[in-house]
Design a protein around this ligand. Structure first.
Ligand SMILES: Nc1ncnc2c1ncn2[C@@H]1O[C@H](COP(=O)(O)OP(=O)(O)OP(=O)(O)O)[C@@H](O)[C@H]1O
Length: 480
């Protein structure tokens, strides 16, 4: 066994031997490329216990990619140039080649390397925290560090579920899903609770990241609440992280919307002012009883970061599971209020990119759909046609790339009402124009368009839903 200090500084001998076996497997002439396919998806250079090993791993993968095979001569230009490393690495490569894992055993070795990396990371965070706390450091800052580290460890454990990498198994799962849908009449894995939107998108899948983007007032929050409640009613537990509104405000909107689904609308603004009839309060109490039995949680803790949301969502998921429910949707209202890590020194585009990628990871790690609201810039309103376009997301970090689905809720009535106000306030009011505008405002009052502008797994298109913004109702138009 090769064990000189420049390569092997970490005391964890067993982990080091696994790292050696992994690198060795990539050096085997006939199966190196296959081994690379197995390790690449899960093992990152940082998982190795030593910078020199990370460099070797990276160099071997790059060489396999570009040349299709590895040899000491091909690797040499890609490796660290410090003299001690150069002296030791031929011996190290010989040891690695001698202890190579077979492609059959490789997943187990990869697990062991990741496990050891997580052990080191967690131990380091715990030891740094202890040292800092003993020296009087701010506990909240260190609690955040521990949550972030714990989240990274748990996410890695969830990513490493067996069989995810096998194409054959994945095809089986996809075909089984398709058969099940055929048998159940195309019931989606996670329904939006809105038939037309389900038809347009096929519903949501665990791991999907969907973004509801629009200007303020378009109905993003109302749509988010409607989706959460309807999904829960159809059996998918849902958690809404509301960074904008308090739980009580969301709850009032939810109960008014639920009580108003098919009857006379109950305006949440009026109820909040204490203005309601005895019939309305009776309907609200009935709606409350129904909603209380649904697996829905509203979490409005201020300033939650993505790792904090992930940690909390995991707890909600486990809590639901204990009660026999499955967490299906995690909603975030809205991305602009999620704090970033500070790594990008205030560069908001990069920060939004970090948050967006984190939300995609949250969905993948917890096997749930993540639905996040995002506010578009004023630029949308400088155009005659104020319907948003994908290019309006260009300033929003990598949202457009990260999202599996991008939906633009749009209410013509919002602009029609403004136009009417403007016409009425004009000094020489044009009566014909006012009548036209009144007609448009009336025709559009209960219409919410949702444009599906990006869908990774299907076509784009637009659906028209019924809305009553005062009551927060958003539902299918059927029966209107
Ligand atoms: N009683 C009411 N009658 C008509 N419209 C109403 C009523 N109450 C609220 N609204 C409208 O509903 C919209 C707010 O909906 P919602 O909060 O879902 O939008 P949003 O897109 O989330 O907005 P923001 O980004 O500002 O939070 C606003 O345009 C508001 O004017």
């Amino acid at each position: 066994m090769f064990a000189e200090p420049a390569i092997k500084r970490n005391p964890d001998q067993a982990a080091f031997e696994c790292e050696l076996a992994v690198i060795g497997s990539l050096l085997v002439p006939l199966t190196g490329a296959e081994a690379a396919g197995i390790v690449r998806a899960r093992l990152r250079p940082e998982h190795f216990s030593d910078g020199a090993l990370s460099a070797v791993y990276r160099a071997v993968l790059d060489t396999l990619d570009q040349r299709g095979c590895v040899s000491l001569a091909l690797l040499k230009p890609r490796l660290p140039s410090d003299p001690e490393f150069i002296r030791l690495w031929p011996g190290f490569m010989a040891s690695a080649a001698a202890s190579a894992a077979t492609v059959y055993d490789l997943p187990g070795y990869v697990d062991a390397v990741i496990q050891a990396a997580n052990r080191r990371m967690l131990a380091q965070a715990a030891s740094d925290t202890m040292t800092a706390l003993r020296a009087g450091a701010d506990p909240t800052e260190h609690a955040r560090l521990l949550i972030e580290t714990g989240d990274a460890v748990l996410s890695a454990a969830e990513w490493s579920r067996p069989s995810n990498a096998s194409l054959g198994d994945a095809i089986d799962r996809a075909l089984n899903d398709a058969e099940q849908r055929k048998a159940n009449g195309s019931v989606p894995a996670i329904s939006w609770g809105l038939t037309d939107l389900d038809r347009q998108t096929g519903g949501l899948e665990p791991g999907d990241y969907a973004v509801l983007a629009g200007r303020p007032g378009m109905g993003k929050t109302a749509l988010m609440i409607a989706i959460m409640l309807a999904a829960a009613q159809r059996g998918s537990g849902s958690v809404l992280f509301s960074l904008e509104m308090k739980t009580e405000q969301i709850a009032l909107r939810a109960v008014c919307a639920w009580a108003s689904r098919w009857g006379e609308p109950i305006d949440f603004f009026e109820v909040r002012q204490g203005r309601y009839t005895s019939d309305e309060i009776r309907r609200l109490r009935e709606a409350k009883a129904e909603l209380s039995s649904l697996p829905v949680r509203i979490d409005s803790a201020a300033g939650l970061s993505v790792p904090e949301m992930t940690a909390r969502a995991r707890r909600y998921r486990d809590d639901f599971a204990r009660k026999g429910h499955r967490l299906g949707i995690v909603g975030v209202d809205y991305i602009g209020l999620v704090p970033a890590s500070g790594r990008y020194g205030g560069n908001r585009t990069n920060e939004v990119g970090e948050i967006s990628a984190g939300l995609k990871r949250l969905g993948m790690a917890l096997d749930v759909a993540c639905v996040a609201a995002s506010q578009l810039s004023r630029q949308v309103e400088t155009r005659d046609n104020k319907r948003p376009m994908l290019s309006d997301l260009r300033d929003s970090g990598t949202i457009e790339q990260d999202a599996d689905l991008v939906l633009f809720p749009y209410r013509e009535s919002y602009y029609a009402a403004k136009e009417l106000e403007k016409l009425r306030a004009a000094p020489n009011a044009d009566q014909a124009a006012i009548m036209d505008a009144e007609q448009t405002a009336m025709d559009t009052e209960n219409v919410l368009e949702v444009a599906v502008e990006k869908q990774r797994q299907g076509p784009t298109g637009s659906v028209r839903l019924f809305c009553n913004m005062g009551a927060g109702v958003i539902r299918d138009r059927a029966g209107c």
